[in-house]
Design a protein. Structure first.
Length: 241
């Protein structure tokens, strides 16, 4: 079985590391320097970093220089997300030497482009499925993006190799993941899933690790680490049991 991917998250807004609550750009907590956060995670033993340019995702700016600085300061794998919607933005993202690029809005609003990119770059591309109920959200979670299962079917047919599934109502709440949603997605599609949103305890992580046999490949952890619910070292120990 493939090693479970534990991805601490660094979300960047206006040059600072932040965490949003339920996708609301106005409801954020600031945690300081993105580079320092990323280096702390690497020092604690992370193999991966989930890195998001929130300003690019919401279409209100860019943190491209800081993103590049973060990636260049690390020797671990990085998956990069935020505002990747065109050939130019994709080329810039791939040019950062990140391990994986995440498509969000573009995969929903421009299916033909997403299909082309997925077929061209294969496992370098993941698709983020951000969900309210069974309706997808786009443009930084401020616009509806269609039915979840219709999108999964289309993207799987295109050859998408990885989905990142987030229940927006859980994100940044420390209320626990939506295990039922994750199970439904895994049962519907054979494409592996990274779980995101709501992880609040080591028990949550342990349960996700136990779902590897149905298709959960990893988990993104954000606020729980920043708020001290558990340490990354403890989380790594749970994942590596």
């Amino acid at each position: 079985m493939k090693k479970f991917e534990l991805l601490p998250a660094v979300d960047i807004k206006q040059g600072r590391a932040v965490r949003l609550k339920q996708g609301e750009i106005s409801d954020k907590t600031i945690y300081g320097s993105p580079i320092e956060c990323a280096l702390d995670f690497q020092q604690a033993g992370a193999d991966w970093l989930h890195l998001v340019d929130l300003d690019a995702a919401f279409g209100v700016g860019s943190n491209a220089e800081i993103v590049l600085e973060v990636i260049n300061s690390l020797n671990i794998k990085v998956e990069l997300s935020g505002g990747i919607r065109t050939d130019e933005s994709l080329s810039k993202a791939l040019g950062t030497n990140c391990e994986r690029v995440i498509l969000g809005t573009a995969a929903l609003e421009d299916p033909s482009w997403a299909s082309k990119v997925i077929k061209q770059y294969g496992q370098k591309i993941a698709v983020s499925l951000d969900v309210r109920g069974e309706i997808l959200a786009a443009r930084g979670w401020v616009r509806e993006g269609g039915n979840l299962y219709e999108a999964i079917t289309r993207l799987a047919d295109d050859g998408c190799s990885l989905f990142i599934v987030t229940d927006i109502s859980k994100d940044g709440t420390l209320a626990g993941p939506n295990f039922e949603l994750l199970e439904r997605v895994c049962n519907f599609s054979k494409v592996p899933v990274i779980a995101s949103g709501g992880i609040s305890s080591l028990a949550d992580l342990e349960k996700l690790v136990g779902m590897q046999d149905i298709g959960i490949q990893g988990a993104i952890v954000g606020k729980a680490l920043y708020e001290g619910a558990f340490t990354l070292i403890d989380a790594i120990n749970v994942v590596n049991k």
